[in-house]
Write a protein that binds this ligand. Structure first.
Ligand SMILES: [Zn+2]
Ligand SMILES: [Zn+2]
Length: 111
């Protein structure tokens, strides 16, 4: 059983995406705005980490997997990590550091 071939859907609300821009971004315009304005506590994060988290979202390099777990692509694109708001399988995350993947997950969950 398959749905009609690969209708691109918003990663956040799963509605079909129509514009090329939305498809490239992975989110519809409303969800993109919500994510950008998500009320997330970024204290404890450095500005470059906050920028990296936003970039990760804008590049659609962090994808929901199930409930609060996401799959994030490493910055060089060679690896993927499992990311939750308080845990991540990246080298920094396994050492217990707060990586920007976790911040991106929080932004997505707060939107
Ligand atoms: Zn949406
Ligand atoms: Zn991480």
């Amino acid at each position: 059983m398959q749905n009609t071939p690969e209708q691109p859907r918003c990663l956040h609300c799963h509605r079909p995406l129509r514009s090329a821009k939305s498809i490239a971004l992975g989110y519809g315009p409303t969800c993109a705005r919500k994510i950008r304005r998500a009320p997330v506590d970024t204290s404890g994060y450095k500005p470059h980490q906050i920028a990296s988290a936003r970039e990760l979202i804008e590049d659609a390099a962090i994808i929901p997997l199930r409930s609060i777990v996401f799959v994030a692509v490493s910055s060089d694109g060679t690896e993927t990590y499992k990311t939750a708001p308080n845990a991540c399988s990246c080298p920094a995350g396994v050492k217990g550091s707060r990586c920007y993947h976790q911040l991106a997950a929080r932004m997505l969950l707060a939107a």
